[in-house]
Design a protein around this ligand. Sequence first.
Ligand SMILES: *Cc1c(COP(=O)(O)O)cnc(C)c1O
Length: 457
Amino acid sequence: MKTIIEPFKIKMVEPIKLTTPEHRDAILRRSHFNLFQVPAEEVIIDLLTDSGTSAMSSEQWAGMLRGDESYAGARSWYHFEGVLRELTGMPHILPTHQGRASERILFELVGGPGKVIPSNNHFDTTRANIEHSGARAVDLVIAEGAQPRSRHPFKGNIDVARLEALIADVGPDRIPLCMATVTNNSGGGQPVSLANLRAVREACRRHGIPLFLDACRFAENAYLIKRREPGQHDRSVRAIARELFDLADGATISAKKDGLVNIGGVLLMRDPALARRADDLLILTEGFVTYGGLAGRDLEAMARGFVEVLDEDYLHYRLRSVEYLGEHLLAAGIPIVEPPGGHAIYIDAAAFCPHIPPEQFPGQALVCALYRHAGIRAVEIGSVMFGRVDPDTGESARPPMELVRLAIPRRVYTQSHIDYTVEAAIEVFERREQIRGLRMIDAPPALRHFTAKFVEV
Ligand SMILES: *Cc1c(COP(=O)(O)O)cnc(C)c1O
């Protein structure tokens, strides 16, 4: 059979309020053309993020009721620990409330002024935690990773020659660890190959540098390895995922992605001395080592989510539905970052709206057009999110690309929701010259995308 169906049935539904373009236009104006200010109830298809937006299974909900809320040594903790140990082989497993809590503990221990931490691309919270410690975060993704039209199968790979050059330049003593983000979220959800990770591991080993994964989307990365990497096709995704972890000395994970839960995180490590110090920090700021700032029911839901995510029928459907969205946009001539990533499609808004100059925020303008036309909420990843105004000169600095991300929540939307999204994007594309640029009238100095206000030009 050619048709790939959602490998689940729906037993609980949440109604979507269907609204008119006129109604959404009023909402948009009231929200100053900023979709972060729009109430979720006014959104028809919410593609703002894939983080914490997964639908849990009946098994996970059953686990919520069975959660053991004992303070220390809860049954749910042992269940969670056993699942994570089997999945990753890591001896030290610390639960945290989300990914950035794991990052904060790790970089408080190994970061600090003078330290340098390379990765393919650091995710923004990872970079922020590294910089908060006083260390420097360096992105070393391969050149193809920054080229939207390159069809390289592993655009998340680390440039090993640049890694070697960095080690030679700053010296291994100043590099407490090397990270690899799987999949590379900031680079478009692109995977890292096993061959690349082995080469990075080898370069690190020669200089005594530990390798850590930012493993939020480890299952999607492992599945893309199975599909794309020579010699991997006949292995199970579980075996590939295990090899990813076997190559690493530790990992930070936000369980809000491939953990299939709405809140939760993990910090993994092999070094017992480092783990001792991490335990102390965990107790200081998150909670005792057997719950880490979570309820027992959250641990139970995570334990089940980390098993379910490795179901290959699920991963096949998941990756295929993202790819399907990308293929249909491309077929209609809509420029996207290629090939489609694991969790999202990124539209090249500068090419979509060539009549809107960067200073009028083509990405934000497209986000508003998609919402007004069809009630779809996407997110701008361009000059609104990453642009800066120099406080001294008044000059604007802009990121290299103006993108709009359509992130797909896990197990939430069906094929017809994706078809609706395709149709909406094509209709907006057909009348793209009607999209109007925006002027920013108010913005805070940092993280301005959450609260900036705009008017139409
Ligand atoms: C989401 C994410 C994080 C941070 O996780 P939170 O749970 O949001 O704190 C870190 N790295 C990557 C790659 C992510 O996608």
